[in-house]
Ligand binder design. Sequence first.
Ligand code: PLP
Length: 395
Amino acid sequence: MSIISDSLKRIKPSPTIAVTQKARELRTAGKDVIGLGAGEPDFDTPDNIKNAAIKAIKKGDTKYTAVDGTPALKKAVIRKFKRENKLTYSADQITVGTGGKQVLYNAFMATLNKGDEVIIPAPFWVSYPDMVLLAGGKPKIVKCTEQEGFKITAKKLKKAISKKTKWIILNSPSNPTGAGYTKKEIQDLAKVLIRNKKVFILSDDIYEHVRYDNFNFFTIAQISKLKDRTLTMNGVSKSYAMTGWRIGYAAGPRNIIKAIGKIQSQSTSNPSSISQAAAVEALNGNQSFIKKRSNAFKKRRDFVVKSLNNIKGINCLKPNGAFYVFPSCKSLLNKKTKLKTDTDFVQKLLEKSNVAVVQGSAFGLDGYFRISYATSMKNLKKAMNRIKSFCESFE
Ligand code: PLP
C-alpha cells in the first residue's frame, strides 16, 4: 500500500514552476539560460508597501489575525471593489487568503462534490484543472481557438453546460494568452448564464491592472445580474509586484465565503499578518506604480510581438493584457524540423538555444508556446535573437 494518497494520482506538478526550476538549475550549472517561463513581474515591490510591512513588524502586528483577513484589509478590499469595479460588498462577503491560488483552491474544496463539472476555457492557467481534480471535481475543458482570440464564445459555453456544471472559470486578461474579454463578450456569456440559473461563475481578475491600449476592463459581477452567483477573485501579486507576499482575496456569496473560511481555519489559518498590512497599503496607497509599470510592459509586449512575427514559422496575436504572449509554432512541427509537438519545440529550444518557454499543451492547447515578457528588455532582445536563429536553423 502506497503512503501517497490516491487523490495525488489525479494531479501533476505545475509545469510552469517546473520550467522555471529547470532554467534555474541550468543557470547554476553555468549555462547562459534566459528564462521566459516565470509568471511574475520583474519589478520590485514599491517602497511605500515595503515600509508599511516594516512598520507593522515594529508595531507588533506579528500575531495571528482573523482567519480570513484583518478588518483593515477587508475594508481596503471593499474600497477597491467600490472604487475600481463599482461593486458593493460587506465584510462577510470578503475572504483573504495566502495568494489568489489558495482562495481558488479553497473555493473548489468548499463547493465541489464528486463528479461536479467545472467549465475551463482553454488555453487555461495550469492550476485550474488540477485544483478541480484534487477537490474531486471534473474539469470540462473547452478549447478556444486563435481565430476566436483564445476566448470562449456564448455558443461554446451553452454547449458545454450540463446538469453537473457547478462553475465556469473566466480569466481576463488571461494567463497564458493575455486575451481580455470586452464588455460585449462578457455580456453575451452572461446571457447564457442568466438563462441557465444554476452555474456559478469564478472570475479570476488577477491581471486586472496589467493591460494596454486603453483596453477597458470589466468583471462579470459588475455588468450583469450575476453578482449573487459570482465569486470575484483578485490579489496583489501581479498588480503591485508582490508575488512573494502571498495575498489574494475574493468577494462573493456569503455561504461560499463562510465555507472558504471554514477550510482555511482548519488548514493554514490567516495569511501572514505582515503581508496583510502591506496589502492594505497597496490597495489604499498611491496607485501611480500601476500606470508606470504597465507602460514598461507595453513597450516589451510591442517589441516581443513584432519580433516574433518577423520570425519565419512563428505567428503571434497582440494581447490586451497580462505579461504573456502565446505564439503558434505549428508551422515548425513537421518532418523537416523533426519536431512533432510543441513540447519537442520547447525542449529543443532550451537545449540548443538556452531559452526557456512553456509548451502550449501545458495550458490545454497544442501547437503553441507561452512567453512571459516580465523580464528586462536586454534579456528579451537576446531571447528574440536566439528564438529567431533557432527557428530559422531548419531552413
Ligand atoms: N490566477 C492566475 C491566472 C495566475 O496566473 C496566477 C499566478 O500565476 C494566480 C491566479 C495566483 O496568483 P497568486 O497566488 O500569486 O495570488
